[in-house]
Design a protein around this ligand. Structure first.
Ligand code: C5P
Ligand code: ZN
Length: 482
């Protein structure tokens, strides 16, 4: 653990969690593990499952879209003695304290905590923020779980290190220069390099390097935004033809990883020119270059970004167990399932994004644009759609997506661009404020998130009121700063 330079408080909290875990296992308890449905949460669950299985622990894992009260109530009804929550839990600390007065709980989280004055004594909250480490940018939920696994058994569990980075990239923590990690994530990556688990390379930045045809990979590039190409596959095909990059090798389509050094050089220089000729900055052009973290023990799942896309698709299509199996080493049946889920998931997302471009799909007020998902759209997908619609500039104000849930509510995802954040917008605060202004019970209609990405839930009939209130709050937030 010394290589990671953890401060002693954080190290002590992780050690305390490890001791509690061992005592549960020695007592033969069934450990009830819950984790988040996104790539980071699935990677966290994969790490915990491997570590627990190696210790021959009895455990039962569930993955939830958010840690909301109906799920917490169900878990409480199970009346177990030992609970772990990974990649969430801190935001629900008050509800957990209320519903689990006796049980022992370990929270392994990196989301902004509630900083309660009085901590419930039966809950050990291991959240990086509480130990001075920025969980939004420097460590993921999977990262916190890896640290625990590493303390439990540094030799056996070192091989779980790549999953810590897969989780981090899933939560877009690769935001330092040229898409690299910083802080504790960077130290974990270095430890991986030292032990030959990770290779770090500079290359062109693409989310998909091995899994998708080149035009598709190009079209899905949002950072940097590629003028005329992002979101437009035909334009990408024409562009590649114009610069002389063949799309096929024989009958097989080529991927970014198939490009020769010369082809990469041409592609980089043409994309740079494209960005600069559309008033892009040299910083944006520079972000065409990426820091790639490659897994040395893998064959087709080398790139942590692709690994994370795969886990995300498993979670969001409500097959998180398949993602956990991949994290635990399956490269056979479950891995093939996961690949098919990724194809399905992407085609659903892309066709919904296409439909959003049709006139009338997007409604707007002064500060807000919003749309509704159809009956087919699972609420687990609305977050990705709002993210991509914002990054590909289908939307240019605060964007709200409403997805119909089974229980007569709307799941809401909110996104905005960095330019609004710089002017003082904080969507996480806005969501909490709206729930309070609408007089909704915040323990039922959980709201939260970050400055540029946040979410909540409302009764269906509150949609118009939600937009009106948000419009006012956005105006207030933006004018307050000036
Ligand atoms: O669900 P969605 O992807 O829109 O959420 C955006 C961000 O807001 C995520 O980081 C999520 O964890 C966070 N969030 C939250 N509390 C909620 C809903 C979302 O912290 N009730
Ligand atoms: Zn996370």
């Amino acid at each position: 653990m010394n290589q990671l330079d953890l401060n002693s408080d954080f190290h002590n909290a992780l050690t305390a969690a490890a001791e509690i875990l061992k005592s549960w296992i020695n007592a033969g308890e069934i450990i009830r593990v819950s984790s988040h449905i996104d790539a980071d949460g699935v990677a966290a669950a994969g790490i915990l499952s491997s570590a627990l299985a190696r210790m021959k622990a009895n455990f039962h894992l569930s993955i939830f879209p958010q840690l909301e009260s109906p799920y917490i109530e169900e878990l409480a009804k199970e009346k177990r003695k030992c609970y772990i929550f990974s990649d969430f839990g801190s935001g629900a600390l008050e509800i957990l304290a209320k519903l689990f007065p006796e049980e022992t709980i370990i929270i392994l989280d990196h989301h902004e905590p509630l900083y309660l004055d009085e901590k419930p004594s039966n809950i050990l909250e291991v959240n990086s923020h509480l130990f001075g480490i920025d969980g939004s940018n420097e460590i993921s939920g999977a990262g916190v779980c890896f640290l625990l696994a590493y303390i439990l058994d540094p030799l056996k569990n070192l091989d779980l290190l790549p999953l810590a980075l897969v989780g981090a990239v899933g939560d877009t923590q690769d935001k330092a220069k040229q898409h690299s990690f910083k802080g504790l994530n960077a130290k974990i990556a270095e430890l991986g390099v030292e032990h030959s688990l990770i290779k770090i390379e500079k290359d062109l930045y693409f989310q998909y390097r091995e899994m998708k045809p080149i035009p598709q990979a190009l079209m899905e590039t949002t950072e940097p935004f590629l003028p005329e190409l992002t979101g437009n596959k035909e334009a990408c095909e024409r562009f590649l033809a114009n610069i002389g990059i063949p799309l096929y090798a024989g009958e097989n389509w080529r991927t970014i990883s198939d490009l020769s050094i010369d082809e990469k050089r041409i592609l980089t220089s043409q994309l740079t020119q494209l960005i600069l000729s559309h008033n892009g900055t040299s910083k944006q052009a520079n972000s065409l270059i990426s820091t790639n973290y490659l897994l040395t023990n893998e064959t087709s799942l080398k790139d942590i970004r692709e690994f994370s896309q795969l886990l995300n698709a498993c979670g969001r299509t409500r097959n998180p167990g398949i993602g956990v199996a991949v994290c635990m080493g399956d490269r056979d049946i479950q891995y093939k399932h996961a690949q098919n889920l990724l194809i399905d998931y992407n085609s659903k997302i892309n066709s919904f994004l296409d439909s959003l471009k049709h006139p009338g799909q997007m409604q707007e007020t002064d500060y807000v644009q919003y749309f509704y998902g159809d009956e087919e759209l699972d609420e687990t997908m609305i977050g990705t759609i709002t993210t991509i619609a914002t990054k590909t500039k289908i939307a240019n104000k605060v964007l709200i997506g409403f997805a119909k849930s089974e229980d007569d509510t709307y799941k809401i995802s909110a996104r905005t661009q960095d330019s609004f954040v710089k002017k003082g917008l904080h969507l996480g605060k806005a969501m909490r404020e709206i729930i309070s202004q609408l007089g909704l019970d915040p323990s039922k209609f959980l709201a939260g998130g970050h400055d540029a990405a946040a979410g909540t839930r409302i009764p269906r009939s509150y949609d118009k009121l939600f937009i009106e209130t948000l419009n006012k709050i956005v105006e207030e937030q933006l004018t307050k700063k000036e």
